[in-house]
Design a protein around this ligand. Structure first.
Ligand SMILES: C[S@@+](CC[C@H](N)C(=O)[O-])C[C@H]1O[C@@H](n2cnc3c(N)ncnc32)[C@H](O)[C@@H]1O
Length: 236
């Protein structure tokens, strides 16, 4: 092909691809192949109460989210929903939480425990936050299934004797490895260890190493771009 011809064919091919490309780009986002219009998918799913008990707990959670977030360092609602879902899906009878704060994440798990017939043991070092948590659990009507243990959890976790279905770590990040070493023997086979703040900035490397290099554990990380959650299963 002569140089002049080659230039003409290249220019024609480029022009044709631009025409095809712009025709595709002109499609509306809800337009499928062949121009068929498909309805938009709405992925905004809310937690819908299934009973008066659930409605009361969700009301308190909503109030806590709107009025008690400042200084409480509570998980975001999306993470609370993940905790609830995991707790209920594994039929947890005993959840242990390290880092109660004012009880927001604990209440999400208590919501699940009202269905599974389980209980929550939650640890908090700050007496003021523990008192707020006690009030919140009381007005949500879950006092009978929640035990708050005040003090330094590195020592007080020794009080736990019962098997654990789900262990939620959300206190001092450098302490996660110590909590894991102390409580992993009590986590039942098939049970979960959920660790909050598993982000580049906040995660403590020895803990991450411990949950990712032990063949007896299966770990995944989700929401790494936001709050970062490690979900570890103790294999059966
Ligand atoms: C991130 S906040 C917990 C938030 C809570 N899980 C929620 O989402 O509602 C961490 C809490 O851990 C508590 N904490 C820190 N070190 C602790 C320790 N050694 N023993 C018990 N609690 C501790 C802090 O006082 C704080 O209230």
């Amino acid at each position: 092909m002569r140089a002049g011809n080659r230039w003409w064919w290249t220019a024609a091919a480029l022009a044709a691809s631009l025409v095809v490309g712009s025709a595709q780009d002109a499609r509306r986002p809800d337009e499928g192949p062949g121009g068929a219009v498909r309805p938009r998918v709405e992925f905004r799913a809310r937690t819908l109460p299934n009973s008066p008990t659930e409605a009361k707990i969700l009301e308190v959670l909503d109030d806590m989210f709107r009025n008690q977030r400042r200084g409480s360092m509570s998980v975001p609602p999306e993470d609370g929903r993940i905790l609830r879902l995991l707790t209920e899906a594994i039929g947890a009878k005993h959840v242990v939480e390290i880092g109660t704060s004012v009880g927001y994440s604990g209440l999400w798990m208590a919501l699940a425990l009202t269905s599974t017939g389980g209980k929550l043991t939650t640890f908090e070092i700050d007496p003021g936050r523990a008192a707020r948590a006690r009030e919140n659990f009381a007005r949500a009507g879950v006092t009978n299934i929640v035990t708050i243990i005040e003090g330094d959890a590195h020592t007080t976790v020794q009080q736990i004797q019962d098997s654990i279905d789900l262990l939620f770590l959300d206190a001092d990040k450098e302490g996660y490895i110590d909590y894991l070493n102390k409580l992993l023997p009590l986590v039942r086979p098939g049970g979960l260890i959920v660790a909050h703040n598993m982000t580049e900035r906040m995660a403590h490397p020895p803990f991450v190493q411990a949950i990712t290099t032990n063949p007896a554990l299966e770990t995944i990380f989700i929401n790494l771009e936001t709050s970062g959650i490690g979900i570890t299963m103790k294999k059966r």
